[in-house]
Design a protein around this ligand. Structure first.
Ligand SMILES: [Zn+2]
Length: 319
């Protein structure tokens, strides 16, 4: 695999900026520049902000040139840095789905929810301080909103499944869509001669398989040449990847369903089955990395996916 730089440039003014979340090449913010106007798509965490500002400077842009900070959804690996970033961007507005907007203005609930998943010490290490964003700088972004960036027009579409407050950004100029976590996770470290390896992010607490399938179909209806994932950046070959995503979602749901009555050991068993399934698939894909490296890259998502599937099982049972 070719070494991916921390600032990874693509045509049409798009740069993947590594946010250095957990480890390099795990989480990207995308800087989009059109006619001297700039926007960030997702921000990483507060710790990522110096790198985002350096990415601007590297293109001779001023923080005042940033018009928008798009938050695909308000999970903290995507939106945790928005409050700190906004302190440095005098002219920018934050665009967030109506269901997530309140969390950016008053992040206390979000912080508490994330601490419940990660624990206090890990929270501080991963996210640090999360300042609120003044309400007048937050734009609620509903389905169908068109946003002008220079002469480009960007279309926001609601894509729930991973999270209810998730939108994706259709960018006709680059024939691509910024999909946050809706189109799954594809770490470049798993690229082989067959291309990218992809799997869904079924993170707590909104994961919904029907919505996830529908949002994938919605994205594919635009027939984009590529999608930009937060984890990690541009992938093409979308017909195959969409099919892989649908199949993998079905298998995750099957695994979860088979453990619906597994009692206290459910989460552990689910993690083991998800890890085994993803490991088998990544090997079939031709990945020759040593097992320790594969485990390192899969472990956090196995943990989050098992928790999200477990929350979904409980919600399904309650309904
Ligand atoms: Zn994410």
């Amino acid at each position: 695999m070719a070494e991916i730089p921390a600032l990874w440039s693509f045509p049409h003014g798009i740069t993947a900026v590594d946010t250095d979340y957990v480890r390099p090449r795990l989480d990207a913010s995308h800087l989009v520049v059109r006619d001297g106007h700039a926007a960030f798509v997702d921000t990483g965490t507060s710790h990522s902000v110096p790198g985002l500002l350096r990415a601007l400077a590297a293109q001779d842009l001023d923080p005042a040139d940033v018009d928008y900070v798009f938050l695909t959804h308000v999970h903290l690996d995507h939106a945790g840095g928005a409050g700190e970033l906004m302190r440095h961007l005098p002219n920018a507005k934050v665009l967030v789905h109506p269901r997530g907007a309140a969390h950016m203005v008053d992040p206390d609930k979000l912080i508490a929810g994330t601490k419940a998943v990660y624990g206090e010490a890990e929270f501080q290490r991963l996210y640090g301080e999360i300042p609120p964003i003044p309400a007048e700088r937050v734009i609620e972004a509903p389905e169908g909103l068109m946003v002008e960036l220079g002469i480009s027009e960007l279309l926001l579409i609601h894509t729930p499944g991973h999270a209810l407050h998730h939108y994706s950004i259709v960018d006709p100029a680059s024939d691509s869509i910024f999909t946050g976590d809706t189109f799954g996770i594809s770490y470049r470290v798993f690229d082989t001669a067959k291309g990218p390896f992809i799997f869904p992010a079924t993170t707590p607490v909104h994961f919904d398989p029907e919505q996830a399938h529908a949002s994938l179909e919605r994205i594919m209806e635009f027939e984009p040449a590529a999608v930009f994932l937060t984890h990690y950046s541009r992938v093409a070959d979308l017909e195959r990847l969409a099919a892989d995503m649908h199949a993998c979602l079905d298998e995750f749901v099957r695994i979860a369903g088979s453990l619906a009555d597994a009692g206290e050991a459910r989460l552990e068993k689910m993690k083991n089955k998800l890890r085994a399934y993803l490991t088998e698939r990544v090997r079939e894909h031709g990945c020759t990395l040593d097992q320790k490296t594969v485990d390192t890259w899969l472990d956090m998502d196995v943990e989050l996916n098992a928790k999200g599937l477990s929350v979904w099982l409980d919600r399904r049972k309650a309904n």
